[in-house]
Design a protein around this ligand. Structure first.
Ligand SMILES: [Zn+2]
Ligand SMILES: [Zn+2]
Length: 340
């Protein structure tokens, strides 16, 4: 069996440690392990297979004889060092965001497109599907935990990306706020869907799912458990909703297979938007049922994704109505055409 010289860039970081531990656990065939990090950490040691290995500085010349370089040192370091490592003959597997959207670098999600790895020119961007799944499990756990607090009437999870969308931090993050009331927007959805239920004896969201699947024109992508659609009367260009096909009002009742499917569809939609709209600022929100919900039959949880391509201004503030210059059918068509 071939044995590999493996470098871990960012070896002193938490992810670097995890990479070393995983290589050890999986008994990856290694001839030499080369922990690399910033100059300040050079000379430190890491434990690998019972031996203390000295950490070297990640720089030009540090990648000679390296077969595989695992990068977890952040986007800036990857931008500089990955091409150097590739030039010195290593195959870079980059865990940062630096190369994920680079057309010359395959973005490989092992569970989704393992074959894409063949197309690399020295650098492979990686985003483990598992990472998104972990995030969704965290959402679920936090909702379940906070639901036990009698003061919490509603738990809202949302994400702001980019300055125009109100993001206050550079790194990707989600936010959770528990409120002592059910917020107005949620209440309006619940009341609307209750009225519909009394009139039709069906869940309006289930009807939307059925209609959009039959119609196809606003469908962006679907899998076993979910659909992603451009909303029929969308407030914003490219307003996209992800809905479970199965009727279910509480996000926290999500099951294992559904978490996998949701991670996949979320990533697919995000990727399409990233490519088509060039990394747009966006907000996404999770609308699940209120804590002590009495809307089990007619509410249906969903995720609303709103790229911020237009400004909410006087007309919108003055009326609660929205001007949307993009036809949802055209938005859906453009998103469908972006390959994953
Ligand atoms: Zn439903
Ligand atoms: Zn909603």
């Amino acid at each position: 069996m071939k044995h590999y010289c493996v470098a871990v860039v960012g070896a002193m970081g938490a992810v670097g440690h995890e990479m070393l531990a995983t290589l050890e656990q999986r008994q990856f065939p290694i001839s030499e392990i080369r922990p690399l990090d910033v100059a300040e950490n050079a000379g430190e040691t890491v434990l690998f297979r019972g031996k203390n290995i000295v950490v070297r500085e990640a720089k030009k010349g540090a990648f000679s004889d390296v077969d595989i370089a695992l990068f977890s040192a952040g986007a800036e370091a990857s931008a500089i060092l990955a091409p150097i490592a590739a030039a010195e003959g290593a195959v870079v597997i980059d865990n940062s965001s630096q190369w994920r959207m680079d057309p010359g670098v395959p973005l490989v999600v092992p569970e989704v497109n393992p074959d894409a790895v063949d197309a690399h020119h020295g650098i492979i961007a990686n985003l483990p599907e598992k990472q998104v799944e972990e995030l969704l499990w965290t959402y679920r756990d936090r909702i379940m935990d906070l639901s036990r607090d009698p003061r919490a009437k509603y738990i809202l999870i949302f994400k702001n990306h980019g300055k125009p969308a109100g993001a206050s931090l550079e790194h990707p993050h989600s936010q959770l706020i528990a409120t002592p009331i059910v917020p107005k927007r949620v209440m309006e959805e619940i009341e609307g869907s209750r009225d519909y239920y009394h009139f039709k004896e069906r869940c309006v969201f289930c009807d939307i799912v059925r209609q959009e699947l039959a119609d196809q024109t606003r469908l962006v992508v679907e899998n076993d458990s979910f659909i992603a659609i451009e909303v029929f009367a969308s407030r914003f260009p490219f307003e996209t909703w992800i809905m479970p096909k199965k009727h279910t009002c509480n996000f926290h009742e999500i099951e294992r297979k559904e978490v996998m499917d949701l991670a996949a569809i979320l990533k697919s939609v995000m990727h399409k938007m990233y490519v088509l709209l060039e990394d747009p600022p966006f907000n996404y929100i999770l609308h699940t049922a209120p804590v002590n919900n009495e809307c089990r039959h007619f509410f249906h949880w969903h995720i609303e994704i709103m790229p911020r391509l237009t400004q909410v201004a006087g007309f919108e503030w003055g009326t609660g109505m929205y001007i949307n210059p993009t036809i949802p059918e055209e938005a859906a068509k453009s998103l469908r055409e972006v390959e994953n």
